[in-house]
Each structure stands twice: as structure tokens, then as C-alpha cells.
Design a protein around this ligand. Structure first.
Ligand SMILES: Cc1cc2nc3c(=O)[nH]c(=O)nc-3n(C[C@H](O)[C@H](O)[C@H](O)COP(=O)(O)OP(=O)(O)OC[C@H]3O[C@@H](n4cnc5c(N)ncnc54)[C@H](O)[C@@H]3O)c2cc1C
Ligand SMILES: *[C@@H]1O[C@H](CO)[C@@H](O)[C@H](O)[C@H]1NC(C)=O
Ligand SMILES: *[C@@H]1O[C@H](CO)[C@@H](O)[C@H](O)[C@H]1NC(C)=O
Ligand SMILES: *[C@@H]1O[C@H](CO)[C@@H](O)[C@H](O)[C@H]1NC(C)=O
Ligand SMILES: *[C@@H]1O[C@H](CO)[C@@H](O)[C@H](O)[C@H]1NC(C)=O
Ligand SMILES: *[C@@H]1O[C@H](CO)[C@@H](O)[C@H](O)[C@H]1NC(C)=O
Ligand SMILES: *[C@@H]1O[C@H](CO)[C@@H](O)[C@H](O)[C@H]1NC(C)=O
Ligand SMILES: *[C@@H]1O[C@H](CO)[C@@H](O)[C@H](O)[C@H]1NC(C)=O
Ligand SMILES: *[C@@H]1O[C@H](CO)[C@@H](O)[C@H](O)[C@H]1NC(C)=O
Ligand SMILES: *[C@@H]1O[C@H](CO)[C@@H](O)[C@H](O)[C@H]1NC(C)=O
Ligand SMILES: *[C@@H]1O[C@H](CO)[C@@H](O)[C@H](O)[C@H]1NC(C)=O
Length: 595
């Protein structure tokens, strides 16, 4: 008998003694290692075991080098010919979505192998092995292996995550990018239900990204409640909630989900919907990515395509007129609820004391740039009614401030996709970024003008950008998700505005990083927390180290989410920060260990 086995027997014996007779003996008798395996630990699977996993996956197991290594002489994959192309592609989101291990933001790979020869290069910030999954069975094989061999497991769709949940050192990663397939339905019968849901719908594989989904939908004259960037993937987006150009009109993206196919941490391939596995169906719609299982495909409701009316608003002032600028911003934010009640939504950026060399703005200014829009779904909503409402909004909010310049430009598109294509050039990536965020309700926006002005000013220090996206409102609050409810943060059901404080820094400038991150937490988001203390934040675009994140991201849904996590993942096969049920582990020197 090996030492380990003997220890197990003794441990189980002691455990039984402590439990005493009559206590249900469902507790597993396997020892609980205190940390997940790493290549340096004895319990790391042998080469043979990985090779055997690879065989069951028909060769789809990858052991990827750090992608930036092609630019580093001395690395096995160094290649002076391919390096310049990688350096160029590195600055686009497509490169990182298409790569098995790369993250959109360098900091989530810990800047460990940027494609610049003067920087260091190691595989330290990347997973070790990757299952290049093409179907649910592949996912199951990876999940089973990780569970049985005590290997840290993560899930990567596109690597767009702002919280670093799709990347981890010393891990096995399930890469869902190649789980493809899009199928449309005129109506949809959830598996195990005795009825059909009378709505157009679309089933999309986990690797589906927004641009292809929107494109395919538009070819059927349909529109999806989808994400704003073409490379965002369905997996992380829908499991976190999903705001959209259409959330003000139809509710959150998670509210449109009719059915999910998934692999549980226990290795079961399940179809979850309102008629079966209802707890998982509830949790997977808002409870967060890589927590309750791996989504392999999802069916969402689709809507008819309508004419899409937009208004681009620009506001700016010189630094000398800063106070007037903030008055106009505060006026605009306090009018957002009234605007949203008329169906209008907006994505926008506010920046203080910035230069924009690309636009030849070399003297600092304060600026606002926003796209306001209304899909014309009703006869009473026309390009004329939209123009009237928007012109009134601008007149009202800028009145009395001639020193603040503004412009408004209307463009009408025959459908959302036409608009989307104009703004979907190559998205950027490959820098070091962090966000913080807060959802704002009507009280925060209209309750106290002075408090609102102070908060938005504090949230936007010199040189930084804050968004005040008007993407909530009545149709988010009153959405009717299938099965009665879902796990989307209850704060969304009171929110009009999703504010995001954005910052970035130059890689390896640790002083700047510390300063910016602390400023996000202690000043920028703190001001918004103080303004809206009863609200919360959106898990997918949030401060990764949000204090009391359970309450901030899930509010009163947290206890039920935790119960479901414990039921379906009792041994924490999936673990991430900041995710439901992660309280029992922490990361020490890149190793995930029990507390
Ligand atoms: C440029 C840009 C624009 C954005 N625009 C919007 C927007 O308009 N609206 C909005 O709501 N959000 C938006 N986001 C935020 C977006 O929702 C999150 O970044 C989200 O996490 C992306 O999910 P992903 O699957 O693409 O990314 P990933 O980084 O691959 O995954 C994110 C999280 O989900 C998990 N995950 C991924 N796939 C699966 C799966 N199949 N099963 C289980 N877990 C999975 C990952 O493990 C991780 O925890 C945007 C982000 C970026 C970078
Ligand atoms: C898995 O097998 C394929 C096909 O034999 C091979 O190309 C690949 O390198 C293997 N993966 C690993 C991690 O060894
Ligand atoms: C470098 O990459 C080029 C282009 O892909 C390829 O033709 C060449 O063989 C590679 N060189 C080495 C040394 O691998
Ligand atoms: C990131 O890398 C540094 C060394 O450059 C190391 O000290 C640190 O532990 C790493 N952090 C993570 C989260 O891996
Ligand atoms: C992953 O699998 C897909 C489908 O088999 C294949 O086309 C692709 O080349 C693989 N990716 C890598 C990096 O091996
Ligand atoms: C698309 O749908 C809209 C809204 O239902 C309808 O008005 C329009 O005629 C449709 N267009 C086509 C080409 O079918
Ligand atoms: C604007 O930024 C500059 C440079 O960072 C700084 O010196 C100046 O004080 C700022 N002005 C205001 C009004 O914030
Ligand atoms: C900025 O100025 C330069 C030089 O005058 C000019 O060539 C360029 O077109 C300008 N760019 C913009 C965006 O106006
Ligand atoms: C859109 O239509 C709704 C319902 O008729 C109406 O309340 C709202 O004011 C309209 N908004 C605009 C901008 O036309
Ligand atoms: C409004 O907010 C300001 C600034 O936080 C505060 O001083 C003031 O007391 C508040 N007014 C009311 C009526 O609450
Ligand atoms: C964020 O701010 C809170 C409240 O001030 C503080 O308790 C926490 O330590 C801060 N976290 C980080 C990562 O700075």
C-alpha cells in the first residue's frame, strides 16, 4: 500500500469517527489535496496520461507556446519572418480571439511574453494544455480529466474578459472557439417541454462571435440582442447578462435565452431549459462564466429587423470652461431617465483634460462623444419623433452654456446591421487595461444634482475616460425570462445607466499600474458607489477586485447561486476570481490552493 493510500484510509477512518454513526456517508473518501496540481508537483499527470487524453480527443490537445515567442530569439518558436505580422495583429481583438491562449488584455497573461524582443518571454502567464474543442464530447473529456487529475480548469472563448477569468497559469483550458454552428428556427420547442415557443430563434455553438451571429441573423431579416463588439463571444457575454443596443428595447441578452446545452463540472452533458435542469438554466443566465459548467450551445430569441435611427452627439469645452462642461454632463445624465423612457438608448465616452493627437487636438479639452439610437419598432417611433426628442434633449442640457460646444448628427440605417458594419472596423487589443463600474438608478441620476456632478467628475480624472451607457430602463426591469426569472444582477432591474471607469498603463510600469488601479477603486468607482449605494455592478465589465463582489455582482441572487454551485461543483473543478462560490480557494505564487 502506498503512503498516499494509507493516509487516505486513516483520514477516512478519522472522518467516519468524527461523523459518528447515522450520518449519511455520502462524503467522498478521496483525500482532498490542498492545492491543484502544477507541472512542478508530483500529482501533475504524466506525459503518458496527457498523451492518452490527446488520443481520446483524436489529437485535439494542444500544448501551445506563448504566441509572442516568435519575436524572441532563443525561444523555440522564434521566427524573424512571422514576428512583424504577429506584432501588428497583436493590436487587434481578432488575433487574441483566434489564438488558443492569448487574452485581449496583456495583463491577464501577466505581460509574460509580449511580442517585443526587449521584453521578457516565458509561458508563465498562460495555461499549459488546451482542449481545442469542437463539440460537447470534447469538452466533457477535458472536464473529466481535470476533475479526476486535480488540474486547474479554465474556459476560454475569445479571451475578451476584463476580469481575467479566461486565463490562468498551470491550468488546462477548454477553448470553445471552434464549437461552431448557427441554426435558425421559426419557433422553438425546448427539449422535454410539451409546448413550442412561438418566436423566431437561433441556436449558436459556443464559439460563435457577435459579428457572425448578427450577420447571419440579418440575412434572415432578424436581429439578436447581442454585444457591441463583433468579436465578443456568446459564452461569457450571455452567462454574465449581456447589455446591448437592444437591451433598452427587449431586455438583457440573458433574458432572451430559451435553452442551453452544457457540460457540468461532473461531466454530464445536459440540456437545460424551463422544463428540465431548471436550477442550472437559472444560474447560467447571469451567474457568470466558467462557474456552473461549460456552455456548448445556446438558443436565443430573435426579433424582426427594424429601421435603426441614430444621433451622434459631440460636446467639448476648453479646460478654462471645465465647470460649465460638468454642468452640461450632469444635465445630460439627469435627463437620461426621461430619454430612456421614450425608448432612446446610448453608448458614450466622457473624457476630461485630454488631447487627441489623431484628431489634431493637441491642446487639452474636455469631451463627450455618444451614439444615441432608437430602433423604430412602433408606428409612433419615426425618424422625425426621434429627431425631435434628441434636439430637445441637446437644447435642454446645453442651455445657458454657450462656452460648451456641441454638435448632433443624425443618420438613419435600414437595419441595425448596416449601422453595426460602419462601426466595426478592426477592434483594438494588446494593451494593459482595467475597468471599474457601477449601475445607476433613477435616484442616483435625478435625486441630487450636486452629488451627481461631484460623482461623475471624480469618476473621470484628467486624462481618463468614463462611459455612462444608457442601456437599462423599463424593458430590462420588466423582462420576462423563460422559467420566470434568471440570475442577472437584480441591480440591472433598477438601472438606467451602466457607468464604466476605464484605465490603461504601459506594460511593466508598475508604479503607474498601482496608481491607476487604486484610483479606479478608491476614487473613481468609490464616488459612484457612494452615489448609488444600493446598486451593484455588471460582472462582465467590472473591477476585478470589487470589494464584497458577491453582493455587488449578484445581490440577493447570491445565496441561491452559491447553493447551485455547491450542488453541481462540490469539489470546485471550475474556479475563477471573482466568481460565485470561489471562497474556498486562493492563488499563491500562481498555484490554486485551498484556504
Ligand atoms: C471590445 C469589447 C466590447 C464589449 N461589449 C460588450 C457589450 O456590448 N455588452 C456586454 O454586455 N458586454 C460587452 N463586453 C464585455 C463582455 O461581455 C465580456 O468581455 C465577456 O466576458 C466576453 O465573453 P467571451 O466569451 O467573449 O470572453 P472570454 O474571455 O473567453 O470569457 C469570459 C468569461 O466567460 C467564460 N466563458 C467563455 N465561454 C464560456 C462557455 N462556453 N461556457 C462557460 N463559460 C465560458 C470564461 O471562462 C470567462 O469566465 C465587451 C467586451 C469587450 C472586450
Ligand atoms: C496530440 O496529438 C496530435 C496528433 O497526433 C499531435 O499533433 C499533437 O501535438 C498532440 N498534442 C500534444 C499536446 O502532444
Ligand atoms: C518562419 O515562418 C515562415 C512563414 O510562415 C516559414 O516559411 C519559415 O519556414 C519559418 N522559419 C522557421 C525557421 O521556422
Ligand atoms: C506576474 O509576474 C511577476 C514577475 O514578473 C510575478 O512576480 C507575479 O507573481 C506574476 N503574477 C501572476 C498573477 O502570475
Ligand atoms: C483546432 O481545431 C480546429 C478544428 O479541427 C482546427 O481547424 C484548428 O486548426 C485547430 N487549432 C489549432 C490551433 O490547432
Ligand atoms: C424585415 O422586417 C421588417 C419588420 O418586421 C419589415 O418591415 C420588412 O419588410 C422586412 N424586410 C424584408 C426584406 O423582409
Ligand atoms: C490638466 O492636465 C494637466 C496635465 O496633466 C494638469 O497639469 C492640469 O492641472 C489639468 N487641469 C485640470 C483643470 O484638471
Ligand atoms: C491633422 O493635421 C495634419 C497636418 O495639418 C493633416 O494632414 C491631417 O489631415 C489632420 N488630421 C485630422 C484628423 O484632421
Ligand atoms: C416611441 O414610442 C413610444 C410608444 O408609443 C412613445 O412613448 C415614445 O415617446 C416614442 N419615442 C420616440 C423617440 O419617438
Ligand atoms: C446633495 O449632495 C451633496 C453633495 O454630496 C450634499 O452635500 C447635500 O447634502 C445633498 N443634498 C441633499 C438634499 O441630500
Ligand atoms: C478597494 O477599496 C476598498 C474600499 O476602500 C478597500 O477595502 C479595498 O482594499 C480596495 N481594493 C483594492 C484592490 O485596492
Amino acid at each position: 500500500m502506498s503512503l498516499l493510500k494509507r493516509f487516505t484510509v486513516v483520514a477516512c477512518f478519522l472522518h467516519t469517527l468524527r461523523l459518528g454513526a447515522g450520518v449519511a456517508a455520502t462524503e467522498s473518501c478521496t483525500p482532498k489535496p490542498s492545492c491543484k496540481a502544477t507541472p512542478n508537483s508530483k500529482s501533475w499527470p504524466s506525459e503518458q496520461e496527457w498523451a492518452s487524453l490527446n488520443r481520446t480527443l483524436s489529437g485535439q490537445l494542444l500544448h501551445p507556446p506563448p504566441p509572442g515567442a516568435v519575436c524572441h530569439p532563443g525561444q523555440p518558436t522564434y521566427n524573424a519572418t512571422t514576428c512583424p505580422a504577429v506584432q501588428q495583429a497583436w493590436l487587434t481583438s481578432v488575433y487574441h480571439s483566434d489564438n488558443p491562449v492569448s487574452s485581449l488584455q496583456n495583463n491577464w497573461n501577466n505581460d509574460t511574453c509580449l511580442p517585443y524582443p526587449t521584453d521578457p518571454c516565458s509561458g508563465q502567464g498562460y495555461p499549459i494544455y488546451v482542449v481545442n474543442a469542437t463539440c460537447a464530447e470534447d469538452v466533457k473529456k477535458g472536464v473529466d480529466f481535470a476533475r479526476e487529475k486535480n488540474v486547474r480548469l479554465i474556459v476560454k472563448g475569445t479571451g475578451h474578459d476584463y476580469l481575467g477569468r479566461s486565463s490562468a497559469p498551470n491550468s488546462l483550458s477548454i477553448w470553445t472557439h471552434n464549437i461552431k454552428g448557427i441554426t435558425f428556427h421559426d419557433s422553438f420547442k425546448p427539449k422535454g417541454c410539451q409546448f413550442s415557443i412561438d418566436t423566431p430563434a437561433v441556436t449558436a455553438g459556443a464559439g460563435t462571435q457577435m459579428l457572425e451571429l448578427d450577420d447571419q441573423a440579418q440575412q434572415k431579416n432578424l436581429t439578436i440582442v447581442g454585444g457591441g463588439a463583433g468579436t465578443v463571444g456568446v459564452g461569457g457575454y450571455l452567462t454574465g447578462g449581456g447589455h446591448s443596443y437592444f437591451s433598452t428595447t427587449y431586455g438583457m441578452a440573458a433574458d432572451q435565452v430559451l435553452e442551453i446545452e452544457m457540460v457540468t463540472p461532473g461531466g454530464d452533458i445536459l440540456t437545460v431549459n424551463e422544463c428540465q435542469n431548471q436550477d442550472l438554466f437559472w444560474a447560467m443566465r447571469g451567474g457568470g462564466g466558467s462557474t456552473f459548467g461549460v456552455l456548448t450551445s445556446v438558443t436565443v430569441k430573435a426579433f424582426p429587423s427594424y429601421v435603426f435611427a441614430t444621433a451622434n452627439i459631440l460636446v467639448s469645452s476648453s479646460i478654462g470652461d471645465t465647470d460649465a462642461f460638468w454642468n452640461v454632463m450632469t444635465n445630460m445624465l439627469s435627463q437620461f431617465p426621461a430619454l430612456n423612457d421614450q425608448g432612446v438608448a446610448s453608448y458614450n465616452n466622457i473624457a476630461a483634460n485630454v488631447t487627441v493627437p489623431e484628431l489634431n487636438i493637441t491642446t487639452p479639452i474636455n469631451g463627450f462623444s455618444g451614439i444615441f439610437f432608437l430602433p423604430l419598432t412602433r408606428p409612433s417611433n419615426t425618424t422625425e419623433s426621434f429627431a425631435t426628442v434628441m434636439n430637445d434633449f441637446v437644447a435642454l442640457t446645453t442651455k445657458g452654456y454657450p462656452q460648451v460646444a456641441f454638435s448632433i448628427t443624425f443618420t438613419t440605417y435600414s437595419n441595425f446591421f448596416d449601422y453595426y458594419m460602419t462601426g466595426n472596423g478592426p477592434l483594438s487589443g494588446g494593451d494593459d487595461v482595467m475597468l471599474g463600474s457601477r449601475l445607476l438608478d433613477v435616484k442616483a441620476l435625478t435625486g441630487n444634482y450636486t452629488a451627481l456632478k461631484q460623482a461623475i467628475q471624480l469618476a473621470t480624472p484628467a486624462g481618463e475616460v468614463t462611459q455612462a451607457n444608457l442601456v437599462g430602463g423599463k424593458n430590462v426591469w420588466n423582462a420576462k425570462p423563460r422559467g420566470g426569472s434568471n440570475a442577472v444582477n437584480p441591480a440591472w432591474r433598477k438601472a438606467y445607466v451602466h457607468t464604466i471607469a476605464i484605465t490603461s498603463w504601459t506594460a511593466f510600469d508598475n508604479a503607474a499600474m498601482k496608481f491607476q488601479v487604486n484610483q479606479i477603486n478608491s476614487t473613481r468607482i468609490q464616488a459612484l458607489r457612494d452615489l448609488a449605494p444600493d446598486m451593484g455592478a455588471y460582472i462582465n465589465e467590472a473591477f476585478p477586485y470589487e470589494p464584497n463582489f458577491q453582493q455587488a455582482f449578484w445581490g440577493d441572487n447570491y445565496p441561491r447561486l452559491l447553493k447551485i454551485k455547491r450542488e453541481f461543483d462540490p469539489s470546485d473543478v471550475l474556479w475563477c476570481q471573482p466568481c460565485v462560490g470561489n471562497e474556498r480557494w486562493h492563488v499563491v505564487d500562481d498555484v490554486l490552493c485551498r484556504l
